[in-house]
Design a protein. Structure first.
Length: 754
């Protein structure tokens, strides 16, 4: 936060209200002038501030602070909707502010589909507390019992007399009242909600975004700023042996070059090192990079070859691994049963490839640093910048812009640390810009994985014993270069938590060591685990010549709450209490049934190049079923006419944004399944842009995606990541139904389907 100044509320309000409506300038310098008063947000400056998330001005304007990052999910709109609804505020009178990095807001790392799960209650309490205090203030002014008053459309109303007044009339008095304790609050009944569950509220920033006025990371400008582009070592952990910058310095606009410290283990969130070109424009520094002549020392990871590593993974899952779930006696069941089905699956490394490559502006002055960045994790950014510069975290201010996509990549602030380090060296504000090639070649990658399944089956093909082994370089390798185990969190994402009614089950984790940076990726380990599990279920159904939907429902067994703890499983449950968010097979059954109904499954015939595939899964405490329809022509070209997505994510705050996330997941899931592959040779990533790491285009993206949301009173749960994992197996299962060819390795484009 900025240093505090002694400014009265009256002086502050006179200053900002005299100028009429607030205008957000395009240059970050002028936009921060108001904050020099010492307030972090306008909500903080309001005379009535019952919560860090909410403040109300005397004119009735409600300022609501969103502390999570907006990257297309709609969370900057959705969380304020919760508070505004509970307050009964008129949406037209609400102004939304983006929080800086500050621990008083709670966790700000926008990942794990946790924003609504973790903060629905907090924002609901903020609105309810404000409403209660306004009512109490009005009751005192009007000398009536608070129970006779209600809040309605930005006014306090006394029904008996018809008397009413706007919120602003009671702000001064309400601001002097104690904030009610959570247990004292009364919440609106669901039938009284006006914003939550409504489709009538577009994203708050929509008009600014579509007219180009919204500020993303690459839009940042600071007075006196210079630009930087960095030639990173081609192998992670590599270093500069020598650098010749003579040609780079001849480029008009290039001022200097700076050799950065090399990356050291553990990798964590630290910059990669290399040579930075500094200049007066993005064009100048990018051209200057082309003139650099650098002799690199590759280091320990220069021998990494993704094809060789793939074979190592595939071999490892055919050996016993670390047991993470063991129920019954799998070995005994296999020994007495000759009916056995086996399959091995593989998914490659993948890049996030968000539309906006990383960018950040940093300004170091007087021992402090201010950073403006499209980051998913402003507090993590503060930590890492402070560590890199050797200063206290409180001396790092992080302003969060809109993100042009994130998918987990922008929880890693290495690019912002680069800007801060360079600003300290140069003594000016520095904007670091990454190219698309930088983004793709120096990512924190989605891990490659190999998975082996084996099942003993009864006369109807239903498993009596289930063995699963999974091997993948873990995210833990960021902090521990010797880490090879997936850990309970990753194994509990679609593998140790398989909900099937199988009397004997064992799940194992085989070791795998990382040779590139591995990071969080949309839906994380669920992607490869669910691809394998749901593909294997389809294979079991095919072996038994049974209908896929009927078989999937059969192996779910009776409706129940799955108790993994009783089976000795260390199951983190996505960080949520299991009693609040149990594994409920009834809810999983329901989304499967609705998906089958909506797709017309029973009446569709597969074969001759047309087919339907299904996959269903619980992740991030939500339930999703996906049915994909495919057409495969005589050349083996795959077309996806339709995707049906059915989601049960508890209470839905913003249905339009939920559907948009599912629709986006359908496109992203098809992209990864069809084309998404990162490879490496001699430690160097071989892809660099969308020509060699393709995403779905108009002819390969789903033609139509229909999203069906289950009406529920359960607590809100995850959406953005839940929609992803079932897409790939539903697609590959549909390809099998259409062609009889089984896809066990991704991407599909490597396979001949003709």
């Amino acid at each position: 936060m900025t240093a505090l100044r002694n400014v009265s509320r009256r002086g502050f309000l006179q200053g900002i209200l005299s100028g009429g409506a607030f205008v957000i300038a395009s240059r970050v310098g002028s936009d921060l002038a108001w904050a020099e008063t010492g307030w972090a947000t306008r909500a903080d400056a309001a005379p009535f501030r019952p919560s860090v998330y909410l403040g109300i001005e005397p004119d009735g304007t409600v300022f609501i602070v969103t502390h999570r990052s907006e990257m297309g999910t709609g969370i900057r709109t959705s969380l304020p909707m919760v508070a505004a609804d509970e307050l009964d505020a008129a949406w037209s009178r609400v102004r939304i502010e983006q929080a800086i990095g500050d621990p008083r807001y709670g966790d700000q790392n926008t990942d794990g589909s946790r924003s609504m799960r973790d903060f629905y209650d907090a924002f609901r309490r903020a609105g309810a507390a404000a409403r209660s205090m306004l009512i109490s203030a009005a009751a005192a002014q009007w000398d009536v019992p608070p129970a006779q008053l209600t809040a309605r459309d930005h006014r306090i109303v006394h029904e008996a007399t018809g008397r009413s007044a706007g919120f602003g009339e009671f702000v001064a008095d309400a601001g002097r009242l104690p904030v009610p304790k959570p247990e004292e609050l009364q919440f609106k009944r669901r039938e009284a909600w006006t914003l939550v569950g409504s489709d009538q509220r577009p994203p708050y920033d929509l008009m600014e975004i579509v007219t180009g006025k919204a500020q993303f990371g690459n839009d940042l400008v600071r007075d006196g700023m210079v630009y930087a582009s960095i030639e990173h070592p081609p192998v992670v952990g590599g270093r500069v042996k020598s650098a010749d910058d003579a040609e780079a310095l001849k480029v008009r606009g290039v001022a200097q070059t700076i050799t950065l410290d090399p990356l050291t283990l553990p990798w964590r969130f630290k910059p990669l090192g290399g040579v930075a070109v500094i200049g007066s424009s993005t064009w100048a520094v990018l051209q200057g990079r082309k003139g650099l002549k650098i002799d690199w020392e590759d280091g320990a990871y220069g021998a990494f070859d993704s094809l060789e590593f793939k074979q190592q993974l595939l071999e490892s899952v055919h050996r016993p691994g670390l047991v993470v779930r063991n129920h019954g006696d799998v070995d005994a069941e296999f020994a007495k049963n000759d009916a056995v089905v086996e399959a091995t699956y593989y998914t490659p490394l993948a890049a996030h490839a968000a539309m906006e490559p990383p960018a950040a502006v940093a300004e170091v002055a007087d021992g402090k640093v201010t950073v403006w960045a499209p980051t998913q994790n402003p507090q993590g950014l503060q930590d890492n910048v402070a560590q890199a510069l050797g200063i206290d975290k409180k001396d790092v201010i992080c302003h969060v812009t809109l993100l042009g996509g994130g998918f987990g990549r922008k929880s890693f602030p290495d690019y912002a640390v680069e800007a801060a380090v360079l600003s300290k060296k140069i003594g000016k504000p520095v904007k670091v810009v990454w190219t698309r090639e930088d983004d793709m070649r120096f990512d924190y990658y989605h891990s490659s994985a190999a998975i082996y399944h084996k099942a003993a089956v009864d006369s109807r093909g239903k498993p009596t014993a289930w063995l699963g082994r999974s091997a993948f370089p873990p995210i833990a390798s960021m902090n521990d270069p010797n880490a090879t185990a997936g850990g309970a969190g990753s194994m509990g994402q679609g593998f140790s938590d398989v909900p099937f009614d199988v009397p004997h089950i064992r799940v194992e984790n085989s070791p795998a060591k990382a040779s590139v940076r591995i990071g969080w990726f949309r839906s994380v380990a669920n992607n490869y685990h669910v691809f394998a599990v749901q593909s294997f279920v389809d294979e079991l159904a095919a072996a038994a010549s049974r209908d896929r939907v009927e078989f999937l429902l059969d192996i779910l067994g009776a409706d129940r709450l799955l108790d993994l703890k009783a089976q000795g499983v260390n199951y983190p449950n996505y960080g949520q209490p299991i009693d609040k968010h149990p594994i409920d097979t009834r809810r999983l059954r329901r989304v499967i049934e609705v998906a089958a109904e909506q797709s017309g499954w029973a009446s569709k015939k597969s074969g001759n190049g047309r087919g339907l595939g299904i996959a269903a899964h619980r992740s991030f405490n939500s339930y999703m079923a996906t049915i994909v329809e495919v057409e495969v022509d005589s050349r083996g070209v795959v077309r996806v006419p339709r995707v049906e997505q059915v989601l049960d994510a508890g209470i839905i705050v913003n249905p339009d944004r939920v559907r948009a996330q599912c629709e986006g997941a359908a496109v992203m899931g098809v992209s990864l399944a069809m084309f998404g592959e990162i490879t490496a040779a001699a430690g160097r990533i071989q892809q660099g842009n969308f020509n060699d790491f393709q995403v779905a285009r108009m002819n390969t993206a789903p033609v139509a995606t229909h999203v069906h949301v289950i009406d529920s009173d359960a607590p809100p749960t995850g959406v953005g990541e839940t929609c992803m994992p079932t897409v790939a197996p539903a697609l590959t299962n549909a390809i099998f139904a259409a062609t009889g060819k089984r896809v066990r390795e991704l991407p599909i484009s490597r396979m001949k389907l003709a």
